[in-house]
Design a protein around this ligand. Sequence first.
Ligand code: APR
Length: 176
Amino acid sequence: MGTTPSGRMAIVKGDITEQRVDAIVNAANGSLLGGGGVDGAIHRKGGRAILDECRKLRASHYGGGLPAGRAVATTAGLLPARWVIHTVGPVYSTTEDRSALLASCFTESLRVAHGLGAESVAFPAISTGVYRWPMADAARIAAEALRTAPSRVPEIRLVLFDDAAPATFRSAFGPV
Ligand code: APR
């Protein structure tokens, strides 16, 4: 566990649904109604309370869905965390530079976590699965976004699922 301006930072291999932190970040889709990957795992293990709150968000503030780069919090239901912060990553494009949207997923999620008073937050490698963002580039964007984010949370954890991901993130983040 290293320290950065925003506090303690850790890069770990694991399952984000098992993280004992105040908030975990979900790599959601704009519908907020679940999916596969991280989204599927969080809804499957977190239980119905998460989906119920997502449905309420769709019925109130997010009728058209959550746009890419934005973040919104719900309960974490049955998960060890207190909150799930749902953020929608951009789908990787070879013709359009969507880096700012991916960076926004990290900074907006930190802003929401800070607003909740979360002391610890865990991020997955947003957009690097179904949305096909190359891992090394996503790690570079995540590192820069978390290093320069205006919002501060004492403990930030990058939780990586794929075997090669931790080394890729460690190389992008430098000594944490
Ligand atoms: N814990 C941590 N990381 C995980 C887990 C998990 N339980 N499951 C998968 N991952 C990793 C994947 O290996 C990948 O590196 O999270 C990263 C993001 O992958 P996805 O979950 O596919 O998310 P993303 O690429 O942002 O695509 C989002 O996929 O599941 C749907 O509904 C979701 O439409 C949305 C899209």
